[in-house]
Structures are given as C-alpha cells and as structure tokens.
Design a protein around this ligand. Structure first.
Ligand SMILES: [Fe+2]
Length: 390
C-alpha cells in the first residue's frame, strides 16, 4: 500500500477510549485486507458502523458469456457504451475471469446510495470527465487520466457534475480484482519506500484530501457487492461519519500523466510500463515518451507470443505506434496462444521516430479471459484480418 497517512482527530493511543464532546465515545473501526496482517487503517466513527436497520439481496452479478469460443484477436469500441445512470450498478462487463472483471461505464449521475465492494479491489481509470470520490476516508478529487484505486470494504460514492441531458458525466474503465491491488513489489526497497527506479513515487500518489464528517441520523442505503451479488443494506445513520483515521489502507489516485516512462536505446519490454499488480493480473501504462535511440532501433515491439497471458489494451487517446484502426475508447484483446505484433507498415513508419504520444492502459491476465456478450455489438469484426496486406 502507499504509505502511512492520517486525517482528522485521533486518540493519542490506539484502542483507547476516545471521548466525544458532550459525552460518549467514538467508535473505533479497523479496516484492511489480508486478515490482521495486511495493510489496515483505524477509523473513528460518530456512530456504530454495525447499526443496520435491514439487509436484503438485490441481484446476482451474472455476466453472460460470448457463445462463440473461437480464439482470435479482437477489438471492441467502448465509446458505443450508452450513458447510464449509475457509476457502480450500470457497468457494462467487457472481459472477465476468476481473477478480474473489466467493465466500462458512462454514468450520468451521482448514485443516490453509497457503494461498498466487499469482494474486490477496484482500479477505476478515468477516461473522460471529473468528479470527487467521497468515502469514509474523506474527499478525493479525480480527473481524466487518473487511476482511482478503491480497496475492498470502503464505503464510497462518485460525486459527479451534472452533465447535459442524455450525456455522460464521465467515462470510466473499471478493473475489479479478486486479489489485493498494490504497486509492484519490485518498486519497493526493504524499508517500504518506493525505489528511485520506480516510475512513480509517493509524491505522485494522492490520498483523500479533506475529511468531511456527516453527522446525520436517518435511513441511508449502502449497496454491498459480496458473494457475487448485490445487497441492499440500510443503516440508521450517514455512513461517512468518520472524525479521524490513520494507517496504510485508503483509496488513492495516481495520474497516468505522473507515470514517468522508462526508455532505452532498444525496445523496452512491457514490464517497464507496469503500474499495479494484483493476483492473476498486472496493469501497465503506456504514456507519451522518447522512443528508442539506437541508430538502427525498431521502436515498435517485435511480434510476440505471450503464450501464458491474455493481453488487453484500452486506448486512452487515438494514437498507438504499433497499431492502426484504433480510436479513443477502443479495447483490444490479444489472447494467449496466438502471436501478435505491429500492423503492416508500422515497423517501417517507426524507423527514426523520436517520440510517441500514445496513451493506453494495458491489463495482462495470467488466466484466459472470457468475452462478455454485452460488448458483441461493439466489436469490429474486421480486426482479426487487419494484419493482412491484401
Ligand atoms: Fe503485446
């Protein structure tokens, strides 16, 4: 996790009586991951986080799979995902396996409820738009190009500006991991600090800025995702009632524009672009950078057979040095078992080039991904043949 952080008021010692003005005690709450040995924070609530009026099952999150299992290179145009109401419940599934689900959403409005993903960590890439992530840990503003990382268990809500009628307030690519999402271990030294060779440092990781304590009683809905379904939990108070917290567990943002590219005289392999790791997948950022500077360098990648992983690329602008026919909002799937490489002409065009302006998010999964039926109408059926020269 990022680093120790604190906001608001805390008792001098943990697990001690923290007196409220006017009498009574604040309610201490440990929140973290990986049992009692993983990253965690201690929060102090005005009211018991356990004060539930009612709970009911809403629906299971069942994703229908593409019935055609033919192995092929695929391209989906996600700008065709229609604006919908909710940033949390109206996500269109794109690809999925047991380790991660990749979805896309173009929400119009702030949810009238709060959301807690109890079964997965979420990396939300803001492709377009801006807003504020409200959570128990405070307010975290975000804008296009940000990764907003929300570890499991955190009650939150995306506060979005009102868009024009029928328009989306923002566009979000959501990667939900069954495992814990964190910066790659090799970026850390033995003291828990990001190393000098890491493409970002602690200063680039943005924790919540401002703690807002909502002192309100009444009925407040929290939609909880757990056990593959959604559950409607009604509290007797506002869930964002924290007066102080500290620790290593909280939502944070990292701008893709703060990712410092690692370049070389010859082509650098994808691990130099790695941004986050989880269990069963990694996430990488391709950002504008100087291209390879050996006089005979081929700056675009060689053909490669990533036989043990599926490679997903979301194109965050309309430029990608090795590929043609993609646009902002495109997403390609290059499954393991098939080689992939630059489109015809791209190697020759790249010779002698000094820079690329590409901006893309890559997810490599170690187990095969399934395609969701919900994106079949957005598929470019000609993509599989787009490496033919005639
Ligand atoms: Fe690749």
């Amino acid at each position: 996790m990022p680093f120790y952080h604190r906001l608001g008021n805390l008792p001098r010692k943990r697990h001690t009586a923290f007196q409220r003005e006017g009498g009574g005690l604040y309610h201490e709450h440990l929140m973290g991951n990986l049992g009692f040995s993983g990253p965690a924070s201690l929060l102090y609530h005005l009211r018991r986080p356990t004060a539930v009026i009612s709970a009911r099952h809403m629906a299971q999150a069942v994703i229908e799979e593409d019935p055609d299992p033919a192995l092929r290179l695929r391209h989906f145009q996600l700008m065709a995902v229609r604006p919908a109401e909710s940033p949390t419940l109206d996500r269109t599934p794109v690809l999925f396996n047991a380790d991660c689900t990749i979805s896309f959403v173009a929400p119009r409005a702030t949810d009238p409820f709060f959301y807690r993903n109890g079964q997965g960590d979420e990396i939300v890439y803001v492709a377009e738009g801006q807003g504020v992530l409200e959570s128990e840990f405070g307010e975290l503003p975000f804008t296009s190009g940000d990764y907003v990382v929300v570890p499991r268990g955190i009650v939150h809500r995306y506060r979005l500006p009102g868009p024009a009628p029928g328009e989306a307030a923002c566009r979000l690519l959501v990667v939900e991991g069954a495992g814990h999402v964190r910066p790659p271990k090799r970026y850390y030294n033995e003291f828990g600090q990001l190393e000098k060779h890491s493409p970002y440092c602690e200063r680039d990781l943005r924790p919540p800025e401002k703690l807002v304590t909502h002192d309100k009683e009444g009925e407040f809905r929290v939609v909880v995702k757990q056990r593959g379904g959604y559950h409607d939990v009604l509290l007797d108070h506002h869930p964002l009632d924290v007066v102080g917290w500290d620790g290593f567990y909280y939502p944070f943002a990292l701008s893709i524009h703060d990712f410092e590219p690692i370049t070389g005289s010859l082509h650098q392999p994808p691990p130099v672009h790695q941004t986050f790791q989880s269990d069963g997948f990694v996430l990488c950022s391709f950002v504008p950078r100087m291209l390879d500077y050996h006089p005979q360098a081929i700056p675009v990648p060689y053909n490669h057979s990533n036989v043990d992983s599926d490679e997903v690329i979301f194109y965050a602008n309309d430029q990608f040095t090795s590929r043609k026919g993609i646009a902002f909002g495109s997403l390609t799937l290059h499954p393991g078992g098939l080689p992939h490489g630059p489109h015809p002409g791209r190697v020759e065009e790249s010779l002698g080039k000094k820079r690329t302006e590409e901006l893309a998010v890559m997810v490599d999964t170690f187990r095969p991904l399934k395609v969701a039926a919900s994106v079949l109408t957005m598929e470019d059926p000609e993509y599989v043949r787009s490496w033919l020269t005639s």
